[in-house]
Design a protein around this ligand. Sequence first.
Ligand code: BES
Ligand code: MN
Ligand code: ZN
Length: 486
Amino acid sequence: MDYTSLKTNIINKKSDIYLVGVFTDKKLLHLGKSVSKQNIDMAKRCFEKNNFTGVIGDHRTLDDHITGQQILFFGLGEKGKFGPLNLNRSIKSVITKIKKVNLTKISLNIQNLIIKKNDINIEVLVSYIDDSFYKYIYKKEKNISKIKQCGLVSDTIIPNKMLSKYVLSGKAIASGIKFAKDLGNTPPNICNPTFLSNEALKLKKINKLLKITVLNEAKMKSMGMGSLLSVSQGSKQPAKLVSIEYMPLKNQNPIVLVGKGITFDTGGISLKPSPNMDEMKYDMSGAGSVLGTMKALAEMKVKKNVVGIIACAENMPGSQATRPGDVVTSMSGITIEILNTDAEGRLVLCDALTYAKKYKPKYILDMATLTGACLVGLGKYPSGLFSNDDKLADLIKKSANKTGDRVWQLPLYDDYFDELKTNFADIQNIGGRYGGAITAAAFLGKFTEGVKWAHLDIAGTAWEVGENKGSTGRPVSLLIDFVLSN
Ligand code: BES
Ligand code: MN
Ligand code: ZN
């Protein structure tokens, strides 16, 4: 999509369709002179007659008799509740409506969308627009939408240089989200650990500063990653640990992003029930979000040191598979009694987190579709947030609010750590019956002592089910904002 800046001060045909967001107060002041007085009156009558409410998902079209341009009014919801999340929702809804129609040029009134105090800026808007056109292409079909150009209509022209900077960032964010979505949606017979490591290696083309290392099983064994390797043991597919270093600056401790990359989670010997097991192809979404974020940051050429680490394995049952009761030694030296082979995410992550420490990170953030308990507790709207540092948790909440990529913090009291005690090893890999998302986080916390660390449980947020089934690419936008802001 190409973006241009257009002014509201003159009535002329700016595009095939002019998109105008309207709050529930139905005020149209932001139209300025971009629509004739007669048409504004007509719009008001049309809202009245057809009961247009301005809620998100509500649309009305009107033909501008003077310019022959179609005007599409779309709901933005309540003005008082407006922010990045509602902007994203309303943009998604209006683009979904028009992308099937045969149009090439659209324009969008941004006069009431860009509100700095709500942290909405052009790059976020551009990322929402571009992302709305996402389609998972599994067959060689043509992209249906022919929309190629989008004019951003406001009172003031955005200087070219500024606009192209915003557009570049917005597009990079959307391309990172797209990458994460594509990886998540790719079927698990194709998207295996080797596939993920090859996708990581391909990033090299984007930016020469990227240094990508793939550790194979032999290497991991020599480094003592007995916990990670216990997960891939039942599968024909070898595990891979990939690090993507992006360090444009000397002498700056990097932010390290760690992702769970289980390309399929059957549960292993603690086999999962059959219904919806296909969804466990999304169990690599943490890794997908790390790759998506690294891609976006490299495209933006940000001046920040960041390292992405993905721990990739397939969790399968088999004669070689890990048994409940097995004890393994992690890279940190901590021994683990595996009581449930379906609690495998923490087993790959603990070695990846230990490995991450070698970068002397400023912060470690890990992303994982870690527990069904998180989904039960929080539902599908926020990711679960856990941290051993309240200031870091606040920074993550800030990025979540800025991007609409919501999080909700849960506690990490000492009590939870006690649930991991066992007679047969230093710790066991499951807690008691309750608070499963927290005991899982506590397990990871054992491997991040002395580092400012946060964990995002994205079990509920990484993919959608039902009619719009598919990867969401979350929390890529949050992570990009976090790196840019810290
Ligand atoms: N990948 C799953 C978590 C999951 C389940 C995410 C369903 C989204 C939807 C994870 O590996 C897992 O199986 N966790 C277990 C842990 C339990 C055995 C302690 C769970 O949540 O049931
Ligand atoms: Mn599992
Ligand atoms: Zn899993």
